[in-house]
Design a protein around this ligand. Structure first.
Ligand code: FES
Length: 140
């Protein structure tokens, strides 16, 4: 299978600068009792297909990458490459892959399996429930 690489500068790769932003409105999400809840009216970035947003901080125990793919399906990932640098991941548009922001570009399919790079194993994925204008992601 052909792997598509995000176009990033060598400096962005060396310093591990993610291409994916945090939500513009941090009040649009919260974490409680093992569940990340995202209000789509406050995080409209995730209503346009082909977009991704990263969630981290507050009381969230892990970094989470949420993708709204071109197929209009939501996917959520533990945003931590399994290679030893444990850098963040970015969605690669028009593919069903996410890719490490580092120089080595480990790349994973939407179901979590690694398909490229030095990472030793798959990434964790989380189920996403959609309803009542919210995304609900169980972190376990
Ligand atoms: S940290 Fe992801 S490939 Fe090295």
């Amino acid at each position: 299978m052909t792997v598509k690489f995000l176009q990033r500068s060598i400096w962005q790769r060396i310093f591990g600068i993610s291409a994916t932003g945090k939500p513009r409105d941090e009040s649009g999400w919260h974490y409680e009792s093992g569940q990340l809840t995202i209000r789509l009216d406050r995080v409209p970035e995730l209503t346009r297909s082909g977009m991704a947003v990263r969630f981290e901080g507050k009381s969230l125990p892990v970094r989470v990458l949420v993708v709204f793919g071109e197929d209009k399906q939501y996917k959520a990932f533990h945003n931590r490459c399994t290679h030893l640098g444990h850098r963040r991941l970015d969605y690669v548009p028009e593919t069903e892959t996410v890719q490490c922001c580092s120089v080595n570009k480990s790349t994973y399919k939407f179901h979590g399996d690694k398909i490229y790079g030095p990472a030793p194993g798959p990434i964790r994925t989380y189920p996403v429930e959609v309803g009542e204008g919210e995304l609900r992601i169980r972190i376990s």
